[in-house]
Write a protein that binds this ligand. Sequence first.
Ligand code: ZN
Ligand code: ZN
Ligand code: ZN
Length: 239
Amino acid sequence: MIACPCRVCTSTDTKDKRLRSSILVESHTTRIVVDTTPDFRYQMLRSEVKKLDAVLFTHPHKDHIAGLDDIRAYNYFQKQPMKVYANELTQNALKKEFSYIFSEFKYPGIPDIELLDIKGEPFLIGDIPVIPFNVWHLKMPVLGFRFGNFTYITDANKIDDAEKEIIKGSKAIVLNALRHEKHISHFNLQEAVELVQELKIPQAYFTHISHQLGKHQDIMPLLPPGIELAYDKQELIFS
Ligand SMILES: [Zn+2]
Ligand SMILES: [Zn+2]
Ligand SMILES: [Zn+2]
């Protein structure tokens, strides 16, 4: 957090250096980013992502959409619009927050996107199967995504039973766990642990971590087997 003198923000452990939450999902042929955070440009430079096929959005909060302008580098090199998948709530926010992208008379060099609607049915991006489902971020519906055996959920504090059935059977989950104290719209650490255990998912990685949670090395020993804190640039490989 900017200007914060706390132990986490001043830590020299690279696992305590957290940019805003996002993931890259890739198969042999296809590469998708989930959310374009305010750190999107640096995240793509840092991981040397030379090609990107699509963006999936979870919800319209600024820490998940602010980096969209920087997809224009991919427009330039790939010479085609970027496929952007979002629900109606997020589409409306994108049209407002990035009005210039949708204007009738476009300034040269601005992002070129093909907006695609996520309605609730599963779909394919290249060879990657995507099952979207709703979770609750206080009263805002947020999209979670299941890609084969892997499920990604950020910014949620409640999941309905029908959606739990979609998640069950995943081999791994990335799930938000903000801090120790209860929060109005995010799972805290205990709630996240309980959900993973309820859903019986063998491997879990917690994301969207606040500096209030504590240092990576202090929290890891407190977690049950199979549950870890995620960290920036972590890679998970599924066969
Ligand atoms: Zn801090
Ligand atoms: Zn949010
Ligand atoms: Zn967020």
